[in-house]
Design a protein around this ligand. Structure first.
Ligand SMILES: O=C(O)c1ccccc1N[C@@H]1O[C@H](COP(=O)(O)O)[C@@H](O)[C@H]1O
Length: 214
């Protein structure tokens, strides 16, 4: 069954709604040099992460420029896993892996040249549509067939992100058959605020499809 991560929660009510909806992972965004309503400060990131219950994975989404910066952030916030956007080379992702106990999800574009190098060092790859600054949360889809090829050819789990919504997630899961899917802006009522009904529909549509009931 395809797992579901809901990303960019900014308060505990949204975090708890995501958990109640049945998501497998909750993403908290901190330490990104892009303008986004989904980023929270370090203390909030720590508090939101700490409140994620057992059997649900807390994920810190961040854009460090050095391994040291990433380690410092991860040590303070203590997520279950870290999603690294831009900034670190494949070798630096490998160096980070030697310094932390958490799994690393490396973010790549579907046609990036270094995909296999990242796959060699990361625990999973997340294929996203990124903006000119390397950030995510664009609300834009990309070529799902290309990501499907990566699912078929790579040994690491592949996560699909970018422009997913309750309306298109079933088709995305059927087309790509990813290990997991990830959404931020597609389940919001306003920037940084989750629409709880949309979160619920997103999780249901994703999981119903991957159970083969649609
Ligand atoms: O969501 C953001 O604002 C963001 C900023 C910087 C790095 C990553 C970010 N989000 C990630 O992008 C994916 C896809 O977003 P969307 O569904 O297209 O809005 C999201 O799931 C986050 O992992």
């Amino acid at each position: 069954m395809t797992r579901v991560k809901i990303c960019g929660v900014t308060d505990s009510a949204d975090r708890d709604a995501v958990v109640t909806a049945g998501a497998d992972a909750v993403g908290v965004i901190h330490g990104v040099p892009v303008d986004t309503p989904r980023e929270v400060d370090e203390a909030t990131a720590e508090r939101l992460t700490d409140g994620v219950p057992p059997f649900v994975t807390s994920v810190l989404v961040t854009m460090p420029t050095t391994v040291q910066e990433a380690v410092r952030r991860i040590d303070r916030i203590e997520p279950d896993a870290v999603q690294v956007h831009d900034g670190l080379s494949p070798a630096e992702v490998g160096a980070l892996d030697n310094r932390i106990t958490q799994d690393i999800v490396a973010v790549v574009e579907a046609d990036a040249p270094a995909i296999e190098d990242y796959a060699a060092h990361a625990d999973a790859l997340l294929v996203d549509s990124v903006d000119a600054d390397g950030g995510g949360g664009t609300g834009e889809t990309h070529d799902w067939e290309r990501t499907r090829d990566l699912v078929d050819s790579l040994d690491v789990p592949v996560v699909l992100a970018g422009g997913l919504t309750p309306e298109n997630v079933a088709e995305a899961v059927e087309t790509v058959e990813p290990f997991a899917i990830d959404v931020a802006s597609g389940v919001e009522s306003a920037g940084g605020t989750k629409d709880h009904d949309a979160v619920e529909r997103f999780v249901q549509n994703a999981k119903r499809t991957s159970e083969g009931a649609v």
